[in-house]
Design a protein around this ligand. Structure first.
Ligand code: F6R
Length: 241
């Protein structure tokens, strides 16, 4: 595992952005694994700026997102479909039909999980997976206790995850209780993983990630089984390290 120490969120985003652009320029038909939430926003801003200023093209790039809430339509401003369109896709020349996010409004959710896992396989797997981390160590929406063998599946969101994400909703009641997420095994199959960690509220999770033993009670610890993980963290997140 490689650790890149940065001063702040902006520098973390810049470092991650440069790595991603470099990969796309080397392999223009890359399959990117993408995340939502606060952490990757700065990286997405960097990709958009680079696309506008340097013309990096996404015409052949494919993307698969980690997760989606169950029960929100794709137009719902809190859905991850909406987030990705507004925050990234609509600003790039990426093909709509090359971007993939689990469908949390599917009528048969079990079938949707199988379809999504198969889709990742058909794309030839993920070349580079971007990850954030939850305060409880979740990656994607794989909450503590998720088997490391899990593939795309339905999860019940942990109460502290719902509370953390309620900042995007009008109230905690509105935060969905379930989601579809790529599993830990799906994530570990990626060729390369970039884990971004920013801010003091993630400092404890980063400390546990670095120092604790591998355990299903701390999902991110599964990344230690992977041979090509780069962690990019800022000074506040590195407080205890
Ligand atoms: C998002 C995801 C989550 C987040 C994590 C951190 O697609 O899979 O694991 O990366 O909850 O969220 P933020 O970045 O909002 O702190």
């Amino acid at each position: 595992m490689k650790l890149i120490r940065t001063e702040n969120y902006a520098e973390m985003s810049l470092e991650a952005g440069k790595i991603i652009v470099d990969k796309i320029r080397t392999n223009p038909s890359l399959t990117l694994g993408l995340a939502t939430g606060s952490t990757p926003k700065g990286v997405y801003d960097y990709l958009i700026q680079d696309h506008e200023e340097n013309g990096t093209t996404y015409k052949q790039v494919k993307s698969v997102n980690l997760d989606e809430y169950i029960g929100l339509s794709v137009e719902d401003p809190n859905s991850y479909h909406y987030f990705m369109n507004q925050t990234l896709f609509k600003h790039l020349d990426i093909n709509d039909n090359q971007t993939h996010i689990p469908n949390g409004a599917a009528s048969d959710l079990e079938q949707e999980c199988l379809r999504y896992e198969q889709l990742i396989k058909e794309l030839g797997g993920i070349d580079l997976q971007l990850l954030g981390i939850g305060q409880n160590g979740h990656i994607g929406f794989n909450e503590p206790g998720t088997p490391f063998t899990s593939t795309t599946h339905i999860v019940t969101l942990a109460q502290n995850t719902r509370e953390a994400n309620s900042r995007f909703f009008n109230s905690l009641d509105e935060v969905p209780t379930h989601a579809i997420t790529m599993g830990i095994a799906s994530i570990l199959k990626s060729n390369e993983i970039l884990l971004l960690v920013s801010g003091e509220r993630k400092a404890e999770a980063l400390y546990k990630f670095v120092n604790r033993e591998i355990s299903e009670e701390f999902p991110a610890s599964a990344l230690k089984y992977h041979s090509n993980v780069t962690v990019i963290a800022d000074r506040d997140a590195l407080k205890y390290i």
